[in-house]
Design a protein around this ligand. Structure first.
Ligand code: GTP
Ligand code: SPV
Ligand code: MN
Length: 607
């Protein structure tokens, strides 16, 4: 029985059904009975494994194919009608050709399978910023994850008037999970996503990267709002006032960790608290008062498991304790609990690693992989899917349909050298330049080499659904619209290393000290040093109470220094990037960004 009368939805479903030819069609209404039944089915088929009901009530385990463990950027396409609208950061194919190539692959792909139709809302039901999607899939894993990550089921259609065509059509089939035939395709002008031959996370939970970033960034450009790869957090100060901050870091560079930060003792004692609104995606619109308001379109967290422990991210660990799904971690067979590197120092001795091989944990860590490194029990991009309601520090504004007002925006990445701990842009235009200049050492969140420095503008390189030049111009337009109510823009780097490759900044909870400086800057309560690259903290203005032993005056100076020679190289590389990687390949870089580049270079030459 269908859950809507909307003729546009029904017509599309009819077309997709006759294309994929499932044995059975099931509308996901979101009821507990229906979900319980699906879980039973997935347990019976082995698709999901039940974890320890006492220690991890309602939690499930899932293993993907070893060739299907991360986003596949080389197989991800933006199919706008004109190639120049996809721009230099995206793979492109003519939509007609793409549909023609994929249609035979979908033809009859669901024979012998059940088609699940998942209506979902990105954003709180009733929010003027929220949008509706419908995902068709042949995977129960997708249904169960979408149930955590979105507001799913019949409720979603409350946000879609019966005559509306404003919903995103997502078609997913795991097909044969053949990596050679894997395609993740966005058709921004059709509000459509087609994903085939994967059953992993960001490739198949179509509400997340495909809709909430690639399609939504395009919609935001057309409709005058922003969809960004940003966490949203609130810092409550001792005076009770809460300041909201968003931060864009590339995949696996610390968004979930910062979003759920626990302040160090000196801040807790003073009365500071941190609340999580979102850990990955922000949709932002100008409010009636002229300020920028942010909602988290998601309803759960799809977080990196390795490295998550009681000390590094207590709140994230708490999130995973009930009704969560674990993907590609290891299982301790003694008590059916999940395990990953960095959870604790006791790898299970009777375990199954992420590929399913039975291992003795202590012995296993001495087995060498193809890369010549000791094998891990959990895949480096193994993840937990956890309901937002589990989060001990979830913001009371999480479901606020208006969103939260943004005071500051932060960019960052993994940079072993060059980039200081924190600096502030001179203004919005300079901040936009800083966003365009984000680069970071690659991680396991996407397939390909790890640890290579690459440009990742606004941490959105894999997610901008249109021409990056137009995207930067849209940032500048938003700044003009917001005027003096625009959030202040900062850059941070938690990953600066010493000559032995050790991180120089303790990070995690101690990042609160940097947030404190950022807030004080926004309030005009602290001075700064004007440098060629922006405003830096004066030595002594970052509160180091309690970590003086770790962050010695020498380290502090180093973290807050601008090495003019390194920065001249950085600027030369940016000019090369703008010219060769963007402009020469069809990106229309706004003149204002070139002007910023010139001004920074001039300041560096004078320094
Ligand atoms: P996506 O979900 O892929 O978008 O990732 P994310 O940006 O949410 O990254 P996450 O918070 O999951 O962190 C990824 C990795 O960075 C984990 O291994 C963390 O332990 C590590 N990390 C996070 N914050 C810090 C920090 O302040 N310092 C250091 N050294 N490592 C950090
Ligand atoms: C990321 O890679 O930025 C993620 C995980 O948040 S995924 O959903 O796979 O994109
Ligand atoms: Mn992400």
């Amino acid at each position: 029985m269908s859950l809507t009368k909307n003729p546009n939805v029904l017509k599309w479903i009819e077309e997709m059904t006759s294309l994929t030819k499932p044995d059975k069609v099931v509308w996901i209404d979101g009821s507990k009975e229906q979900l319980d039944h699906l879980i039973e089915e997935a347990l019976a088929s082995g698709e999901m494994v039940k974890l320890n009901e006492d220690k991890f009530p309602g939690c499930l385990y899932h293993r993907t194919k070893p060739n299907d463990v991360a986003r596949v950027e080389d197989r991800t396409f933006i199919c706008s009608r004109k190639k120049e609208n996809a721009g230099p950061t995206n793979n492109w194919m003519d939509p007609k050709e793409m549909y023609a190539m994929l249609t035979p692959m979908y033809d009859g792909v669901m024979k012998g399978r059940t088609m699940y139709i998942i209506p979902y809302s990105m954003g709180p039901i009733g929010s003027p910023i929220a949008k509706v999607g419908v995902e068709i899939t042949d995977s129960i894993y997708v249904v169960l994850n979408m149930n955590i990550m979105t507001r799913m089921g019949a409720q979603a259609f409350k946000n879609l008037p019966d005559d509306s065509n404003d919903f995103v059509r997502g078609l997913h089939s795991k097909a044969d999970v053949d990596p050679e035939k894997r395609y993740i395709v966005q058709f921004p002008e059709d509000n459509t996503i087609w994903s085939i031959n994967s059953a992993y996370g960001g490739n198949v939970l179509l509400g997340k990267k495909c809709f909430a970033l690639r399609i939504a960034s395009y919609q935001g450009w057309k409709e005058g709002w922003m969809a960004e790869h940003m966490l949203i957090l609130g810092v409550k100060k001792p005076d009770g006032d809460i300041k909201y901050i968003t931060a864009a870091f590339p995949s696996a560079c610390g968004k979930t960790n910062l979003a759920m930060l626990i302040p160090p003792k000196t801040y807790k004692d003073a009365g500071y608290e941190v609340f999580t609104v979102g850990d990955d995606i922000a949709w932002m619109k100008q409010g009636d008062d002229g300020r920028l308001y942010a909602i988290n379109p998601e309803n759960g967290f799809f977080g990196v498991a390795p490295g998550t422990n009681e000390k590094s991210n207590f709140n994230a660990l708490e999130c995973t304790k009930k009704n969560a799904i674990f993907t590609n971690v290891a299982i301790n067979l003694d008590d059916m609990t999940p395990w990953w590197e960095g959870l604790d120092k006791n790898p299970p001795t009777n375990a199954e690693e992420w590929k399913g091989a039975k291992v003795n944990g202590k012995e296993f860590t001495s087995v060498m992989g193809d890369d010549g490194k000791p094998q891990k029990l959990a895949h480096p991009n193994s993840r937990f899917t956890a309901p937002a309601v589990n989060c001990p520090c979830l913001s009371s504004e999480f479901n606020n349909p208006k969103g939260v007002p943004v005071t500051a925006m932060i960019f960052g990445g993994r940079r072993a050298s060059t980039t200081p701990l924190v600096y502030q842009s001179f203004d919005w235009v300079h901040g936009t330049y800083i966003g365009s200049a984000v680069s970071s050492e690659t991680t396991a969140a996407a397939t390909g080499a790890v640890g290579v420095l690459r440009h990742d503008p606004m941490a959105m390189k894999p997610f901008i659904g249109y021409n990056v030049g137009d995207y930067w111009a849209h940032w500048l337009e938003m700044g003009e619209k917001l005027g003096d109510k625009a959030p202040k823009i900062f850059n941070v780097n938690w990953f600066r290393q010493d000559e032995n490759g050790n991180f120089m900044w303790p990070g995690f909870g101690d990042n609160m000290r940097v947030l404190d400086w950022i807030i004080k800057r926004c309030e005009g309560k602290v001075d700064a040093v004007e440098t060629p690259i922006g405003y830096l903290p004066k030595v002594g203005d970052i509160n180091l109470t309690g970590i003086e032993d770790e962050v010695t005056p020498e380290i502090e100076k180093h973290l807050l220094s601008v090495d003019v020679d390194l920065w001249k190289k950085e600027i030369a590389e940016m000019r090369r990037y703008y010219n060769d990687d963007i402009k020469a390949k069809g990106g229309n870089i706004p003149q204002k960004l070139y002007d910023e580049l010139d001004m920074i270079e001039e300041r560096l030459n004078k320094a």
